[in-house]
Structure formats: structure tokens, C-alpha cells
Design a protein around this ligand. Structure first.
Ligand code: ZN
Length: 148
């Protein structure tokens, strides 16, 4: 399967059957909203960290298939990772869509499919929106010292 086929398959699967979709609105989750005005994408994420580990990510929003599917993949790839591992994967994801090849492909898992986005610079903000939202959530939770 070539990368473009993988890209289309991952986007379609995760757009039609999104993982971890729907917010819980409970106190143990930290909420972040971000939008991408260039495309009109709206993204909400919820994050739960316990003992330095991501134990729950919920995502919900509306927008294009790239932003919505990427949120599903992001939630699946980062759940179960330590904060440190997650921040490294998030950074590798940014590098990958910008065109950098020196990344840990194995850790990125299904997110590797978004490598194709580098051919469409206008869509990079769509692909990274949910990743930026969860990065902000991680920063806010860890800087509070509050592992809610
Ligand atoms: Zn978009």
C-alpha cells in the first residue's frame, strides 16, 4: 500500500468511524478549544493525565475530513503514552507534515499516513489542529502541577 492510498484510507476510516469522539464534561478532564480560521475547523479536546501518563483523550468538533480524522488518530496514538512520549510524538508529527524525515515513524503509528499533507501546505493547519489542542492541554495540566 503506498502512502497516498494509506493517507486516503486512514482519513476515510477515521472520518466515518472516529475514535474517542464525544466530550465527557467531567472535572477529571481538562478541556481545550482551538479553531483553524483558514478552513473553518473547530476542535475540542479533553485530556486526563494520571501519574504522568495520558489515560484519556476525548475529541469533538466539526470541520473538514483532514482535521476531524486527524483528531481521531491523535486520540488513539497518544492514549496510554507518558507525557514525555506524547510531546515527542506531537513534535514528530509537526516535523513530518512540514517535510522533515528524521522522525520516529513507529511511535507515530497510524499518524504516519498524514505525511502526505506535506504536499498540500494549505492543509497543514487542518492536520495539526487537534495535535496543537492536545499539546496545549498537556502544557496547561502539567504546568498546574495538577494531574487532574
Ligand atoms: Zn480543515
Amino acid at each position: 500500500m503506498d502512502l497516498n492510498t494509506l493517507y486516503r484510507t486512514v482519513i476515510m476510516d477515521n472520518y466515518k468511524n472516529p475514535k474517542n469522539k464525544g466530550l465527557k464534561h467531567t472535572d477529571d478532564y481538562h478541556f481545550v478549544h482551538l479553531n483553524n480560521p483558514s478552513c473553518g475547523d473547530e476542535m475540542n479536546v479533553e485530556l486526563k493525565i494520571e501519574d504522568g501518563k495520558i489515560v484519556g483523550i476525548n475529541q469533538d468538533g466539526h470541520g473538514c475530513s483532514i482535521s476531524m480524522s486527524s483528531a481521531s488518530v491523535m486520540s488513539d496514538v497518544l492514549t496510554g503514552k507518558t507525557v514525555e512520549e506524547a510531546l515527542k510524538i506531537i513534535n514528530d508529527f509537526y516535523e513530518m507534515v512540514k517535510g522533515v524525515d528524521d522522525i520516529d515513524e513507529e511511535a507515530l503509528g497510524e499518524a504516519i499516513a498524514y505525511m502526505g499533507v506535506r504536499q498540500f501546505p494549505a492543509r497543514i493547519k487542518c492536520a495539526t489542529l487537534s495535535w496543537k489542542a492536545i499539546e496545549k492541554a498537556i502544557e496547561e495540566v502539567t504546568s498546574n502541577g495538577g494531574e487532574k
